[in-house]
Ligand binder design. Structure first.
Ligand SMILES: Cc1cc2nc3c(=O)[nH]c(=O)nc-3n(C[C@H](O)[C@H](O)[C@H](O)COP(=O)(O)OP(=O)(O)OC[C@H]3O[C@@H](n4cnc5c(N)ncnc54)[C@H](O)[C@@H]3O)c2cc1C
Ligand code: SF4
Length: 322
């Protein structure tokens, strides 16, 4: 079934960082953080994604410190501002520095095309990608939380682990000491993420054998208790495309690493091969999002079945409180 894709990856692994506290602070198995630490310890630079100080946008930054990579932890499910990152990476590479770059597959391809040549000391890691949502969804939700709690956000995550890997939670901590936590896919943000992505994501060509990083990482969604690599706090899937990528993965310290197969990884993660499909609500949701904002758009484009489930949930919640 997957014959045409086998052979593109030189190795397939499942893995996670050993330290439980560390693992709970990462999105999947923490392999991105482990790779970043290794490069910093070797004197290199890491380019990754963080939120702006007001959490209104996600943006690229580059660092050569262990403190600097801390804020890269966690998936940012929104379009990312690139700023001058490609230029900065080019300058560092031309000066002989090692650079580890994290990006969605199309962004890794864009960096390669900007650089116009291969560098031995550039390592690229692409994330398995279902497509980020639009900035409007993110900004409307941050504005809603800031107004509701009448306080600045000091910590924000769309994939917070509340004691285990799944389900993921949307979590915000505020300057006034309060916090907000709800299952991500039960929030308006989660709905926006599942219904609306950039136009190019619906016909994404960075699939199958057109994956351009040295290493691809993501969630190992098919992992379960019967697997020797199971960990309830998170497991990463790792597809290695180049010997350079494999050397780096095999040099990681403080992780558990198990060989597996491409078929096993893709089984529950079809996003590696196929682009997302268009949901029926997308058109209406997108139109309302820009005219009336996220909350109105969710309320008026959710399908009837989902709306009824929402009402039942609310009634149950209220009666449980009495
Ligand atoms: C928009 C989006 C869609 C995704 N869709 C899927 C999917 O369908 N299936 C799947 O298995 N995995 C998906 N992932 C990947 C998954 O959510 C994790 O990001 C990945 O497994 C890394 O986990 P980790 O524990 O190793 O990372 P951590 O150790 O927590 O570190 C996170 C790393 O991700 C980088 N990062 C965060 N957000 C972005 C971003 N927007 N663009 C580029 N780099 C970023 C950071 O720089 C950091 O290096 C998606 C990620 C994103 C951002
Ligand atoms: S789905 Fe494709 S086009 Fe969209 S962000 Fe991911 S890699 Fe890029």
């Amino acid at each position: 079934m997957y014959d045409q894709y086998i052979g593109h990856d030189i190795k397939a692994y499942a893995g996670y960082v050993k330290d439980e506290h560390d693992l709970l602070a990462c999105s999947s198995g923490g392999i991105a953080t482990a790779l970043s630490r290794l490069i910093i310890e070797r004197g290199g630079y890491v380019a990754g994604v963080t939120y702006s100080s007001d959490f209104m946008e996600a943006k690229y930054e580059i660092t050569n410190t262990l403190e600097g990579i801390e804020k890269f932890r966690g998936s940012k499910y929104v379009e990312v501002q690139k700023g001058t990152i490609y230029k900065e990476i080019q300058t560092l590479l031309n000066d002989g520095n090692t650079v580890l770059f994290f990006g969605l597959p199309c962004v890794v391809a864009a960096l390669r095309s900007y650089l116009k040549k291969d560098y031995n000391h550039l390592i690229t890691v692409d994330l398995i990608c279902h497509g980020p949502t639009l900035s409007q969804v993110h900004k409307d939700y941050i504005t809603y939380l800031t107004n509701k709690y009448d306080s600045k956000i000091v910590e924000f995550s769309v994939k917070k682990k509340m004691g285990s890997w799944t389900p993921g939670y949307l979590y915000a901590k505020f300057d006034n000491g309060k916090s907000f936590c709800e299952q991500f896919y039960h929030t308006e943000y989660g709905y926006g993420f599942s219904v609306l992505a950039k136009k190019s994501c619906y016909s994404c060509s960075f699939r199958g054998n057109n994956r351009t990083g040295d290493i691809m990482i993501g969630d190992f969604w098919g992992a379960n208790k019967a697997d020797k690599f199971w960990n309830k706090n998170g497991v990463s899937s790792i597809l290695v495309h180049t010997p350079k990528g494999n050397d780096l993965i095999c040099s990681l310290k403080d992780i558990e690493l198990y060989e597996t197969s491409f078929e096993r990884i893709v089984e529950q993660n079809p996003n590696i091969i196929h682009p997302r499909s268009v949901r029926v609500e997308k058109k209406k949701f997108e139109k309302l999002l820009f005219r009336k904002g996220l909350f109105y758009a969710v309320k008026h484009s959710r399908r009837l079945g989902t709306r009824i489930k929402g009402v039942i949930k609310k009634i149950r919640k209220n009666s449980a409180r009495v």
